[in-house]
Design a protein around this ligand. Structure first.
Ligand code: SAM
Length: 223
């Protein structure tokens, strides 16, 4: 990991560092079936009820932004084109301005009543330098009296320890491939506090054979 930059802690991770989990269409097609509305996104939907403009940073496949779009000025920003591709096509997608960009450096020259960063997108900011750059983006885009809402895992809880096959095995339906079984596996670098996890997905080809879909390592910050 450290070979990518002389000092990622000081400089942050390179913007062109690709996270296959979000960039590869073969993997991204599982994002919506495996995720969806949760308490967090429903809470943000309610928070946005009275605001006129929203910036969704790390908007992913755009579930939340597209629901907020009608009747508001909503912008969705994400570095992953494959995620935005789904966002543009979803119902309500045409009501949102989608921008492919990195949340650390984007400058839209406009301000928003509400800035959101949901689904632990904040954990994709791997170093203090990355988080600091994100804070500058927030300062540059928040309207006076506006709010920035983001979620972050509680580091004390060390939730990543549970991202192992036996505790993460789940089943969901994919619109074309049918019933999918998925699970995660994880490792943590104690020095950098960066968690690397992969999601493995399998679907039945026939009664005897499962087709395993290639997993991509995904980096996430533990603290
Ligand atoms: C787990 S997904 C969450 C997507 C969406 N917010 C949700 O709640 O479903 C994390 C998203 O953060 C995006 N992301 C990663 N690094 C980012 C960065 N530097 N700036 C903005 N978004 C980033 C990824 O491309 C991915 O779409």
């Amino acid at each position: 990991m450290t070979s990518l930059l002389a000092d990622p802690e000081k400089n942050g991770y390179p913007e062109n560092m690709q996270d296959r989990l979000f960039q590869d269409p073969d993997l991204v097609q599982f994002y919506d079936p495996d995720n969806g509305w949760g308490d967090d996104t429903r809470h943000c939907l309610a928070l946005a009820e009275k605001v006129e403009s929203v910036l969704d940073l790390g908007c992913g496949t755009g579930l939340l932004a597209a629901a907020l779009g009608p009747g508001r000025d909503v912008w969705g920003v994400d570095p992953a084109e494959a995620m935005l591709e789904i966002a543009r096509k979803r119902p309500g997608g045409s009501t949102v301005t989608w921008i492919q960009a990195d949340g650390r450096s984007i400058r839209l020259r406009r301000r928003f009543d509400l800035i959101l960063m949901t689904g632990h997108a904040f954990q994709c900011l791997l170093t203090d330098a990355d988080q600091s750059a994100l804070r500058e983006t927030i300062a540059a885009h928040l309207a006076p009296g506006g709010s920035f809402i983001f979620d972050s895992r509680n580091p004390v809880r060390e939730e990543w320890r549970e991202w192992v096959p036996d505790l993460t095995r789940r089943v969901f339906d994919h619109p074309e491939l049918g019933r999918i079984t998925a699970w995660n596996d994880v490792s943590m670098d104690a020095e950098t506090q960066i968690v690397t996890y992969e999601t493995i997905r399998a679907y039945p080809v026939n009664a005897y054979t499962y087709y395993m879909l290639g997993a991509a390592n995904h980096l996430s910050r533990a603290r």
